[in-house]
Design a protein around this ligand. Structure first.
Ligand code: SF4
Length: 245
């Protein structure tokens, strides 16, 4: 109502609308940034005084004032915003950055509605990880030193053991930042302790990513105490037991 009243005054005084509307309707904006990571930002925003409008959002780097890219907030959001605006839920924006941001830049980004001073606030549960993969599964060998009767793998045609090489493990470990905790399956089908470089390969995993690693072992092979006591394997091993009667 206040907005319409001011709008009439503006018209009467012949003041150019475009310069003052942003100041007048700022309190009518509502929205949140749901996700912000090195690759993209997304969320939703609506001007409740003009629900038919779709707002243009700018991704801005605060220190340089650089507008990285802009996009219109007209995409379908979840039903959770059904009570907002025209009830269509079509107030979402998804902005892919023109480059992968470094961590310092990522902390600087904010979303501004174009031609206004309105900054879309971050949601309380803002998601900041860029994890496009659900999980990754690999094995560093193709064999096992046991032949359990319940094994789901048929080893009858496995005549030779092959070992993953350095180039392959290095390439695979590049996926670590993009996976949830516990979902980088380092070894899931065969027996990783057969690999002579298992400990070296585990040591390649940066400490902050150790909790992302998961692997199974039967522990049938004698291993140094450090294997179980050290930080390399804490929290990432699942043991397999075969009970003989
Ligand atoms: S230890 Fe696991 S992989 Fe090896 S034979 Fe037994 S069930 Fe299969």
């Amino acid at each position: 109502m206040l907005y319409n009243f001011l709008k009439k005054i503006i018209r009467r005084k012949n003041i150019p609308e475009v310069e003052v509307v942003s100041e007048v309707v700022k309190d009518d904006f509502i929205g949140f940034v749901d996700e912000l990571n090195c690759s993209y930002v997304c969320g939703w925003v609506c001007n409740q005084a003009l629900p038919q409008d779709r707002l243009v959002c700018e991704a801005v780097l605060s220190s340089a004032g650089e507008v990285l890219i802009s996009s219109i907030a007209n995409k379908l959001h979840y039903e959770t915003i059904k009570s907002i605006g025209d009830t269509s839920c079509c107030y979402a924006f998804f902005i892919k950055f023109p480059r992968i941001l470094n961590s310092a830049e990522q902390k600087e980004v904010f979303i501004r509605v174009k031609n206004t001073e309105y900054t879309v606030p971050f949601a309380p549960n803002l998601k900041t990880d860029f994890q496009p993969f659900l999980h990754m599964a690999m094995d560093i060998v193709n064999n096992c030193n046991l032949r359990c009767p319940f094994c789901l793998y048929d080893y009858s045609s496995t005549k030779k053991t092959f070992f993953m090489d350095d180039d392959t493990i290095n390439a695979a470990l590049r996926f670590l930042p993009f996976l949830p905790d516990g979902d980088f399956w380092f070894s899931c089908l065969h027996e990783p302790t057969l690999h002579p470089q298992l400990i070296d390969y585990l040591a390649k995993v940066p400490e902050e990513y150790r909790k992302k690693i998961f692997f199974t072992t039967n522990l049938a092979k004698k291993l140094p105490d450090s294997f179980l006591n050290g930080s390399l394997t804490q929290g990432c091993i699942t043991l397999m037991f075969l009970l003989n009667r």
